[in-house]
Design a protein around this ligand. Sequence first.
Ligand code: EPU
Length: 491
Amino acid sequence: MDTFVIDGGRRLSGRVRINGSKNAALPILAAALLTTEPVTIHDVPALDDIANMIRLLAQLGCGQVAQGAEDSAGVIRLQTTDESISHAPYEIVRTMRASICTLGPLLAKRGYARVSLPGGCSIGERPVDLHLRGLRALGAEITLEAGDIIARVPAGGLKGTTIFLGGANGSTVLGTTNVMCAASLAKGTTIIECAACEPEVVDLAKLLIKMGAKISGAGSPRIVIEGVTQLGGATYVVMPDRIEAGTFMIAAAITNGDMILDNCPTDAMLAPIYWLEAAGVHVQQVAPLAATIANTLPAGRPRGGSSLSLSSGSTSTNGSVGGGGSGGGGAGGGDDPLRRCVRVTTERVLKSVDVTTQPHPGFPTDLQAQFMALLCLADGNSVVTERIFQDRFLHVAELSRMGAKLVRQGSTVIITGVRNLVGAPVMASDLRASAGLVLAGLAAEGTTCVNRVYHLDRGYERMEERLRSLGASIARVDEKELAAKNIAAVS
Ligand code: EPU
């Protein structure tokens, strides 16, 4: 297992491109099960969860096919050639909960699905009752056998209906994607009320529409789907990852850095940008560089150096992009509000803020740990309340080990800002908690070792290389080698 060794206290500066979204790509790849024609997806990030999904799809008869001239990094071309195996087994589901994304597509296309029931995980219980409620409303016959969900289409086929998909904690993202996929091939009209509004749901809907589905309202709590008899192939570019973008924004903020993010989905990030600005972080839309220039930029340029002149050469625009900023296309970043170019800078003093995680468009739970790391260094008391996964606080005890002052009460953490964090060995068995610890390590005095970074590798591609290119001192080392070195140093 690998560990990140971080020597903190360096300001990050330079330019980074935001990759395609993991959470958009996972249900999008699974949607290839809905057709026997090729589905080509661009900008798929190279992550462990994605590799697991591709492995699962191959087991389900939907393998990768040659792309010829199109072949390049980040492009995945899938085609279903064998529909005889519709079983997503526990061995894969236990490594990746998003395997549940195959349930709706398998059921709708093949009439039968057997998907191992995902158990709880380090961030909570994570039931799938809403997925099952939605599919049952379409007429699916669902039973549980030996830890597996068995779903069958009845004799008359799936039938559209009006479904309330809300639960105790609000809407469900993957539940909405599962029902949307199944309803695309059901007879008649399905209305999903209390649908998840997350941008990743919209991204899937856009792909399904390209495949021939009739969907309107994605991105709102009411999605309307007119069923069609079949779906075809399509080519689609996954949206950029809003959580990765938020993590890099916080990396800039926590190191008092100056960073430009290309391919940044600002319109999907209004809440995090609003709260970053409330904490004293500036997020400004700037004009993008020509790709060729961006690709040849030297790594880790010093603060206030060429990043300024490069962006101002093409005129910085409209100021703030969030919380009442213009948000328009303008000269900076072209017309696509999901693929803009922003510059992140800070004033030296961070302000305390109170934030509560909510379903989109509220503040995302997937940025809570990273934002908490930032608030550890803010002036005064902040309050962070987690409303999606109420036990998603694995980072709290670890941040405390680094000198943060945190008090947890139920689903709320009170943070008293400190002047400095101090490097320490830390570990968290959750992807975003690990990201929060890496951010804390970047700001801390001394050396932080973030253990078991395979959690981080599930959601961030080459995180250490990209942070290094921005000036961070961060190395990936083998845990055993590090332990041997430490023993040698002590003896
Ligand atoms: N819930 C239920 N019943 C269900 C489904 C969900 O009660 O059948 C509850 C959950 O326990 C939770 C809330 O509803 O309290 C929302 O869960 P949701 O179903 O929306 O989560 P998900 O679809 O399983 C996706 C992301 C998560 C992200 C959540 C919330 C993917 C692959 N995963 O999970 O991402 O935290 O939405 O936005 O898209 C991550 O990337 O680190 C991550 C955990």
